[in-house]
Design a protein around this ligand. Structure first.
Ligand SMILES: *[C@@H]1O[C@H](CO)[C@@H](O)[C@H](O)[C@H]1NC(C)=O
Ligand SMILES: *[C@@H]1O[C@H](CO)[C@@H](O)[C@H](O)[C@H]1NC(C)=O
Length: 374
């Protein structure tokens, strides 16, 4: 089961960003006990809008307003679409198993796709990226309308997909028009929800007296936020600082942390250091001053229940980081893409006559479905 844990990294374009994103993540896996063989999750601006898996076999919107935005019929069509992807991904897994000379075991085939929309310039970018066993496999270069094989074994896939002109023009349409349109629709209805700003609670945590002090902020929204250590109210501390990634919480909010190595800081200088949190939409910084008396730790006697709290907090961090997020390596949402359009034929041998016609697979109806997922 552990093999199947990937962390969804939401790198942030900074507090002033006006970039909105819609993203779908699909993961098919083989031989992972107690885990559905196919899972899909859809996000708008990092907010989970819906979910599908091979156990429930239903695309389920996360909130009522998502259902309102898309309509029941549309959501039905998403279910059908997701089921279709499930079959396709299974075929891909089997094919790749052979191509990599593997004989069973735990394997994953994943896709991330979606689009970004800059609400100031109106610029739209689309992404479509596949991974096998946690590594990049093949990516779409939308501008040049070609697929880029990230692995030698993906080359045959690239040739097949490059030759599929109908699919390529569909991608062009989907990523530049439909994807941003559906995203705007969801954002319009969910605006009050998604355009809100929630400030986090911030705590200082420390494992041992010599460990770095972790400044941890959780519960903020949106994820356009920054956190850093500051000295004397002005200077950003660069040395001995370790930034964590922004991670999603279950409730749609986010968390992040930044560590400060305190081994070179003299006791009397502690109060010169602040942990600073900034979020888009809030002018004032949130700050916490480095102070032994406010740190939650496992070892400090004076903090009563705080030690337990710190342990719990750390455990929750790990859990939250893990649950429900599937994806592979470091792609920032802006750069990493994905697009699932998913209707590629399974491409083991370049001209497998039994494969279905990709043109047929992208009927209007199916195109409609390509939205949420999972
Ligand atoms: C798979 O096996 C074939 C035949 O033995 C070999 O030519 C090929 O290089 C192998 N592929 C991989 C990815 O190991
Ligand atoms: C903190 O800094 C000290 C001195 O530079 C170094 O020896 C130590 O390894 C650092 N601790 C961590 C956790 O990076």
């Amino acid at each position: 089961m552990n093999t199947f844990i990937f962390v969804f990294l939401l790198s942030t374009p900074g507090v002033t960003a006006v970039l909105h994103t819609m993203r779908y993540f699909y993961t098919a896996s083989s031989d992972v006990p107690n885990f559905p063989e196919f899972v899909g999750i859809g996000y708008v601006d990092g907010f989970v809008i819906g979910h599908y898996d091979s156990n429930t076999r239903r695309a389920v919107p996360k909130q009522d307003w998502v259902k309102d935005a898309l309509g029941e019929d549309y959501i039905e069509s998403l279910t059908a679409r997701a089921m279709d992807h499930q079959l396709r991904f299974k075929a891909h897994l089997e094919n790749l198993n052979q191509r990599f000379n593997q004989t069973g075991g735990v394997h994953t085939f994943q896709n991330m796709h979606g689009c970004d929309w800059d609400d100031e310039t109106g610029e739209v970018n689309g992404y479509d990226q596949y991974g096998y066993d946690g590594e990049d496999f093949i990516n779409l270069n939308l501008n040049e309308q070609i697929w880029i094989a990230a692995k030698q074994q993906a080359f045959i896939t690239k040739l097949n997909w490059d030759n599929d002109k109908a699919m390529m023009s569909y991608h062009k349409y989907y990523y530049t028009q439909e994807c941003p349109e559906v995203m705007k629709k969801i954002m319009n209805v969910g605006r009050s929800f998604m355009m809100r700003t929630d400030v986090p609670s911030i705590q200082l945590l420390q494992r041992t007296p010599s460990s770095p002090v972790t400044c941890h902020a959780t519960g903020f929204y949106p994820h356009y936020a920054e956190m850093f250590w500051r000295k004397d109210q002005e200077e950003k501390v660069l040395e001995g600082v370790d930034h964590g990634e922004i991670l999603p919480n279950h409730d749609g909010s986010f968390q992040m942390s930044v560590d400060l190595n305190i081994s070179l800081i003299r006791d009397e200088d502690w109060s010169r250091y602040d942990c600073v949190f900034q979020i888009k939409g809030v002018e004032e910084d949130l700050t916490v001053t480095l102070d032994k008396s406010v740190i939650l730790s496992n070892w400090r006697k004076s903090d009563g229940g705080g030690g337990v709290a710190a342990v719990v907090v750390v455990a929750v961090l790990v859990l939250v980081a893990v649950v429900g997020f599937v994806t592979w390596n470091k792609c920032s949402p802006a750069r990493c893409p994905s697009g699932f359009t998913g209707s590629h034929t399974s491409d083991t041998s370049s001209s497998s006559p039994g494969e279905s016609d990709p043109n047929k697979e992208t009927s209007e109806e199916q195109r409609e479905m390509r939205t949420l997922i999972s």
